[in-house]
Design a protein around this ligand. Sequence first.
Ligand SMILES: Nc1ncnc2c1ncn2[C@@H]1O[C@H](COP(=O)(O)OP(=O)(O)OP(=O)(O)O)[C@@H](O)[C@H]1O
Ligand SMILES: [Mg+2]
Length: 731
Amino acid sequence: MEEKECHWVTVSVVSQGACVWVPDPEAVWVSAQLLQNYRPGDQHILIQLTDGRMEYPVLPPAGLPPLGNPDILEGGNDLTALTFLHEPAVLHNLRVRFLDYSSIYTYCGIVLVALNPYEQLPIYGEEVIDAYSGQDMADMEPHIFSVAEEAYRTMIREEKNQSIIISGESGSGKTVSAKFTMRYFAVVGGAAQQTSVEEKVLASNPIMEAIGNAKTTRNDNSSRFGKYIEIGFGCKGDIIGANMRTYLLEKSRVVFQAAQERNYHIFYQLCASRDLPELRTLKLDSAENFHYTNQGQDVHIFGTDDVVELERTRNAFTILGVQPDQQMEIFRILAAILHLGNVNIQASGRDISYSSYWQANDRSLAIFAKLLGVEGTQMAQWLCHRRLTVGGEMLVKPMAGQQANEARDALAKHVYEQLFTWTVQRLNSSLRAHREQPKSFIGVLDIYGFETFDRNSFEQFCINYANEKLQQQFNRHVFQLEQEEYLREELPWNRIEFSDNQPCIALIEGQLGLLDLLDEECRVRNLHINWTRKLYDQHLNHSPHFTHVRMSNSAFIVVHFADMVQYECDGFLDKNRDTVFEEPINILRASQSELVAELFQKESAGGSLPNSSLANGSIRSGKRAHREHKLTVGFQVILFYRSLNSVPSSIPDSFICTPGGHTRNSTLVIGCCYVVLFLWMMCAVPARVPFSISSLIQSSTALARPRSSSGPDRLQYWRSLEGIGYMQQGF
Ligand SMILES: Nc1ncnc2c1ncn2[C@@H]1O[C@H](COP(=O)(O)OP(=O)(O)OP(=O)(O)O)[C@@H](O)[C@H]1O
Ligand SMILES: [Mg+2]
């Protein structure tokens, strides 16, 4: 019998009456019926669409359009049960479930696909938790609680640690999903005798969101850091402690926000609550009057009351044992950062390159110094001057206006980062198990999602690189696990060596890769234009993941797994170098405030603070260069992500799933925007994908756009996804 490969299936004859999916400019895909039999070799098929019949070409590379699934499979709760698994089949199935069954969850094998409903659904109450508790995943409708239950039961039954990895684009619902899993564990893992551990674990969320989440143009509550929390369970399966790990906070947001975006929520919470008697000493004003909070030009979030939110944050601190006086110390430091942003550093001439000075009566500077318990004039001196060592002699040099402003911003970012790190440590010490050592844990990973804006800089580069790494883990995990499953079930199966996104990762982190060249330029000349030139010389026409930007010599494009992103080179070097001058830090170290002094005590030993000479751009040799190289943000990013793979005891089995042996079960929850993307990966196992990956990926990007505040109705929402998806794909 003559056979022909046709979208994941090998067909001989397709009979008249069969259903196919054809691309449509409005609806993305529409179904049509074959009006004649199709035989391999035919160059056209005659199809019936709702608005008429047409001849449809069947020529390579397009081939026969994807075949429709039998009606009986429509709306099934596991995509892998579909006879034909391709983009239109998955979109249709999710659509039917979303619109007709009001179901946002669907399995795709071991993966739970979650569509963001952008509305409160009555499916997360305690009665639903009770219904899922103790039930087998296979017997229940797909749900985030089912995933949590599976992880919990497997942990108890097999005495193995578990991990839940949540992936998806910015705004797709990762943090919300993470919180639901934590709530589930808090209920099912609640001890018989009342303890407050579960309450503490849940209370860590509002605090971390207050200091690590912000409004972006994609998400009103966007995580600007990565979080991995391990919830520890005792012998009886009750929660006895937890430990959080965070990474790569987006520091630049502390001093700058793009239009319509906000700084970290906590700043707005404090400003909105400034009239509370206990907060008056902070001398706060409306967020509109602070440079560090008003650059986005909209300090409000629709539907959010920052006064109420501060109340929530303070309650959470109290639950975690951070007493009101220590909370006040934290708030003082946060308020000081806002006042620092308003310190008016001026150039002494018309040119910004002239040396800088501050007004002796600068009110913001005085408040900043007072709040941090430091001497104002000393601090002012080192905001405008720096110390240099030339030929063994120490010189004090005035900074130019722009340089002084940058140094002020660097100081603000550094103080915030230290406070963030300290808070995480403080919460961890409160969450630590005291009664006994945890027998096992369930880890939940929630990072910032892949994102692309009109203008993308170093922060998006790091975030997208993080997602690239996570995607790689996901690919490996899914492909390996699925194939092992087939082999275990003794299905006739030729092992497929799956391709992953390693080439893109190598472009970023490899030798002479983007970060390597960036570090080199930071060490040598410090000119972003040189770095850009090197990037082009090294990678243009050599890496399929690197491409140029027309009419620009200061930008480049990386073809990521999820989208093509254009990065502007300006600012990369400064952000990567992340220089903070030593002198103001020394003043803070000697602060009268215990907490301020503590924040800066440890780092001298840890060596995380680049010293003043780093900003000189001088060429450093051997060992020293290596030490400073390690200090760049880019290098730290690489080390961190390598640690995900290579240190089994740190973040182990949530990502690595080797069959048998010490394998631990991992369950993956993905946001709506990754539906199509993951489909591609699942489909790629049985056969080759007949459409371009980048087009799928762009459609997945478009799915992220709806805003939470607008609350469109479901059908309209779904249509908007389809419409945007189609236009972006440009079929
Ligand atoms: N299951 C859900 N039910 C109702 N609303 C949801 C759900 N999931 C997400 N949302 C809505 O979507 C918004 C964005 O979700 P979330 O903050 O979890 O996104 P994210 O994937 O963590 O994004 P980022 O990568 O920017 O942190 C939420 O604030 C909420 O309004
Ligand atoms: Mg988030």
